[in-house]
Design a protein around this ligand. Structure first.
Ligand SMILES: C[S@@+](CC[C@H](N)C(=O)[O-])C[C@H]1O[C@@H](n2cnc3c(N)ncnc32)[C@H](O)[C@@H]1O
Length: 193
């Protein structure tokens, strides 16, 4: 399977976007709500509908950036939230993005990438973190690890601990206690840096 730009563009054209919750998910909202420093630079990679970015910007975090290679997803976001700064919307392959951020927020981007890209992805995420930057967010668990059955492609706690441990210092990686109802019991929350 080639999960290229055309693949993702078509998912938005067809409307087969089961990942689109329509609102910011509770774990990310609660994480954002406890941040005090509004000057933090934040990135949501594979941002798609970007409900998180909309909320984050509305809370006064002006330095929030989004990346997605789907033009349709980004155009739809621009129409829904026209006051989001255009220069902070990156319509590109995230592997080509060279910005640096204090916080990178994960939600269904890792699981959308073919598993053979995972080390490359984590290396790239690390390269986009400022000194003392953090990569935080959600990972699906209890799913098959396969190059053919996704996306989404899964993993479990022991697998993620080893994989992420090869790239980052793991501060938290545990069952997510505040998942949205449809994902309850199926997610881990992590914070690494
Ligand atoms: C499963 S969707 C998740 C969207 C969003 N994170 C959410 O939770 O609603 C995965 C997104 O990643 C984007 N994507 C996949 N590979 C990408 C890449 N290499 N560069 C940029 N975006 C990518 C797709 O276009 C899609 O919007």
């Amino acid at each position: 399977m080639n999960l290229d730009k055309d693949y993702w563009e078509n998912r938005y054209v067809e409307g087969t976007t089961g990942w689109d919750t329509g609102y910011i998910t509770r774990p990310i909202k609660e994480y954002i709500d406890q941040l005090e420093d509004k000057s933090l630079s934040i990135l949501t990679p594979g941002s798609g509908p970007s409900h998180e970015a909309e909320y984050i910007h509305q809370q006064g975090f002006e330095n929030i950036h989004i990346i997605d290679m789907s033009e349709l997803a980004m155009d739809t976001f621009k129409k829904r939230y026209p006051t989001f700064p255009e220069s902070q919307i990156h319509v590109q392959d995230l592997f080509e993005h060279t910005g640096k951020y204090d916080i990178i927020i994960e939600q269904t981007c890792f699981c959308a990438l073919e598993p053979h890209l995972r080390n490359q992805y984590l290396n790239h995420i690390k390269s986009m973190l400022n000194l003392n930057g953090k990569y935080v967010g959600l990972l699906f668990q209890h799913m098959e690890l396969s190059d053919t059955d996704g996306p989404p492609f899964g993993g479990d706690l022991s697998y993620y601990l080893e994989l992420f441990g090869n790239h980052f210092e793991i501060k938290t990686m545990e069952d997510c206690y505040n998942s949205i109802d449809p994902r309850a019991g199926n997610e881990l929350w992590f914070s690494v840096g």
